[in-house]
Design a protein around this ligand. Structure first.
Ligand SMILES: [Zn+2]
Length: 445
């Protein structure tokens, strides 16, 4: 894998910078100086002298913003895009979230699936992900090769599926839990309905020993709620609370079915919520009570969830969906302002993942995770309101360049270090081996 060299200083000049710093400064005719993987300067272009040895990048016509943070995804499931359409809510129940052919997939298939997911997200301006799934030992290697920033959690269940604690421990040992490492490990218990009480307590103990943060699905389906109630809990959040799982080091994805007192419990414990509105609407026909969560002081980040139920890994889309469905759910057109949605996808996403000092805003000392977005496209004109344009008009396809840790991974909308044609061929080969004819109509006949 090769990227732009990070030894020389890179000077990004002439663009408009949306810092997402505490003052939310917006700087026209700006410069950002990258010293290796770290941001050394953000400010007026006139404040920087470009030296002959510097790599100068002309950013006129571009908006430079922090790379987006996807707080809940399953990269490898990009292989299954389009295979779980229009099922009834209970259609997911019998096999507990199963997808066709999943049982025949090999670990190496997940490597390519994770690579597809990571490259798609980089092209859409997502530079940091909280990824989870089985085969995370293999997937994490792909994410590392893709250059994306990732916290990786191997999924743990012990109800209906074998517990793979040793594999999760191997992921922890391989990647460590230091948030400054571009790829580092978290713990990924699946959900309250697939993890026993004993496993939840074991995960909390392991988090204490390892320093890993905890990533879990929570209250994501009516099936889950019924299962948890049958075990004697009033709700999924109460179940997690009973085993010490809630806390500021926990990201609970979905949180659709919340009962009395559960929003207050999330707020009181400082637990983060990864809100996944597109996926929730598609497979559960439901939206989380985000306006109520925000009013109660719950920290909310955004996630795409997986490709089978979204079907795009585009956080610009996700911001828009969160805004629209959030207004409908709250019966309040003023609910969840665009500026708030932008925070969920940047600074708050970084805080949720324990990366507040690492990324989420463009400030000196932070890692250089930067997205350059074309400002001059007609569908983005004019720029009366930057947040509104980014949330309601922009698309991932508007992203031109992407840097992670100062490495330029996307240049002029092309990944510089991954052969996308070869990747497409490989995933087609995987589907043939799994015994499923590719449904791509071009492959028929
Ligand atoms: Zn999920």
């Amino acid at each position: 894998m090769t990227g732009s060299p990070t030894a020389a200083r890179q000077v990004l000049t002439g663009g408009t910078v949306l810092t997402m710093n505490a003052r939310r400064d917006l700087i026209a005719d700006a410069a950002i100086v990258l010293d290796g993987p770290v941001i050394a300067y953000v400010g007026a272009a006139s404040g920087v002298r470009v030296e002959p040895a510097d790599i100068r990048v002309d950013c006129r016509g571009l908006l430079l913003m922090p790379g987006l943070v996807n707080a809940h995804t399953h990269t490898a499931m990009g292989l299954y895009r389009g295979l779980a359409e229009d099922r009834p809510r209970s259609g997911w129940a019998p096999a507990r979230y199963a997808l066709p052919h999943l049982e025949r997939a090999r670990p190496e298939d997940y490597y390519h699936g994770a690579l597809v997911g990571a490259v798609e997200m980089l092209l859409n301006g997502v530079t940091t992900i909280a990824d989870r799934g089985g085969s995370m030992d293999v997937m994490a290697e792909a994410l590392d090769a893709a250059g994306i920033r990732a916290v990786v959690a191997h999924t743990l269940h012990d109800i209906d599926r074998p517990l793979e604690l040793e594999r999760a421990r191997r992921v922890l040992a391989r990647w460590g839990t230091d948030p400054r490492a571009r790829v580092h490990a978290g713990l990924g218990p699946h959900a309250p309905d697939t993890c026993s009480d004993a496993l939840l307590r074991q995960v909390r103990a392991l988090a204490g020993d390892s320093g890993a943060r905890i990533y879990i699905h929570c209250a994501q389906s009516d099936l889950e709620l019924a299962t948890v109630r049958a075990r004697g809990y009033a709700g999924a959040v109460h179940c997690l609370h009973g085993h010490g799982i809630l806390g500021p080091d926990v990201v609970a994805a979905h949180c659709l079915y919340l009962g009395a007192g559960e929003i207050a419990l999330l707020a009181a414990t400082g637990t983060w919520v990864a809100h996944c509105p597109a996926s929730n609407a598609k497979i559960e026909a439901r939206i989380a009570p985000v306006a109520a969560m925000l009013a109660a002081g719950v920290g909310v980040a955004l996630g795409t969830d997986w490709a089978p139920t979204n079907n795009t890994m585009d956080l610009f889309d996700e911001m828009k969906t969160a805004g629209l469905l959030g207004k409908v759910a709250a019966d309040d057109a003023a609910a969840i302002p665009a500026a708030r949605l932008l925070e969920m996808a940047t600074v708050d996403g970084a805080r949720a993942l324990g990366l507040a000092d690492v990324c989420g805003s463009l400030e000196p000392g932070k890692r250089a995770d930067i997205v350059a977005l074309a400002m001059d496209e007609l569908h983005l004109h004019p720029w009366h309101d930057v947040a509104a344009n980014l949330v309601y008009a922009a698309k991932g396809q508007d992203v031109r360049h992407v840097w992670v840790d100062g490495r330029r991974l996307v240049r002029d909308r092309r990944p510089v270090h991954v052969d996308t044609a070869a990747l497409r061929e490989e995933t087609t080969r995987i589907w043939r081996r799994l015994g499923a004819a590719p449904r791509d109509p071009r492959a028929r006949g």
